[in-house]
Design a protein. Structure first.
Length: 345
């Protein structure tokens, strides 16, 4: 029988491909659904997941941090980082937005509206401000928008490494200025041992496990995300068991959402002005704004138990980064689609 001469182009197109790029929905994210389910499960049934409970999830919280960051180091490609190393002005702008602009805006907001949130929620929002930029979604969205992908890879990765030291420094200063004791050196030592050392070990292990990790990227990502979900469950179980959420209802979640959108939009617009003043090209502007306006849930959730110990309010403290993460993905998905359409996707 003669082989088919039908051209690949003659196949029926995916209906999603027929849509203009602006109307294409972002890929369904099961991880976000998992986060919602973990919170709901903790609210409905906190006993199994609380520290000291029958499942002893506190061990996942304690040692899962190292697993998450070992896998991050294993998947981090030094070659891709090197490709974007030379654009130093863009790098300064991104790191300035991540570790200076965000905290300053939060401090100004609290000075102007001190009664807007409880002290625990303000702490949670400053924690958002002190966190590094997210890696995977920043790079993915920059790629969709036809931005400078090597610069995005370099900046998102550099931000994560700088966050090992800068995030504890910022949180220590903020907490001490608000009368909360946080021993800086022990915390930094713990962060280095649980975060930086596993990243370095992951980079070393790339020599033997790099190929395996790439071939099994789905399972590596599943292990990473599952650990984060377990930490979220444990954090919220402890908060529910301590009665923290009994005084907080849906109104608080809506307030967090509104404040998160306002914070993201303000940073994004300020960085747009900075990029214009620096004379960046469209591709560089996309990388700068996408990396500089986003915060890492993958760093924030595992790091929270290290920063705040077994605080009863830890579920409330991590709530802003969970909401901010979800909303930044939605907003940047729309922005990326618009940029792609403008460049002729």
């Amino acid at each position: 029988m003669r082989p088919s001469t039908r051209s690949p182009a003659a196949r029926l197109p995916d209906t999603r491909e027929c849509l203009p790029v602006f109307f294409r929905l972002p890929k369904f994210d099961y991880f976000l659904v998992g986060l919602v389910l973990m919170v709901a499960l903790a609210l409905a049934w906190p006993t199994p997941g609380m520290s000291g409970g029958p499942l002893h999830f506190e061990y996942v919280t304690t040692y899962g941090v190292s697993v998450v960051f070992f896998l991050y180091g294993l998947m981090l490609s030094p070659e891709r980082m090197k490709a974007g190393v030379l654009h130093w002005r863009l790098h300064i702008c991104v790191q300035f937005a991540t570790f200076v602009l965000f905290p300053v805006l939060l401090l100004v907001a609290r000075a102007l509206m001190p009664g807007m949130f409880s002290d625990d929620l303000w702490l949670g929002f400053f924690y958002v401000a002190a966190l590094p930029s997210t890696v995977s979604s920043s790079v993915a969205m920059t790629n969709i928008a036809r931005g400078n992908v090597p610069a995005a890879v370099f900046n998102a990765s550099l931000s994560s490494l700088l966050g090992v030291f800068i995030t504890p420094l910022l949180m220590s200063w903020y907490m001490k200025s608000n009368g909360i004791d946080m021993p800086l050196l022990p915390v930094i030592f713990k962060v280095v041992m649980l975060v930086l050392v596993p990243i370095v070990l992951g980079q070393i292990a790339r020599r033997w496990l790099g190929g395996w990790a790439q071939r099994n990227a789905f399972w590596v990502k599943l292990a990473d995300r599952s650990t984060i979900l377990a930490i979220v469950y444990n954090s919220f179980c402890d908060s529910v068991a301590a009665g923290v959420w009994s005084a907080n209802d849906l109104d608080v979640v809506l307030e967090i959402a509104v404040a998160s959108v306002a914070l993201f939009v303000l940073v994004y617009l300020i960085m747009n002005g900075v990029c214009a003043l620096m004379g960046f090209s469209v591709r560089d502007r996309i990388a700068c704004q996408f990396c500089g306006s986003k915060k890492s849930l993958a760093t924030g959730v595992p790091l929270a138990p290290v920063m705040f110990g077994h605080s009863a309010a830890i579920g409330l403290i991590v709530a802003p980064i969970m909401v901010f993460h979800f909303l930044q993905l939605v907003i940047v998905s729309v922005l990326a689609a618009r940029f792609a359409k403008r460049t002729g996707d």
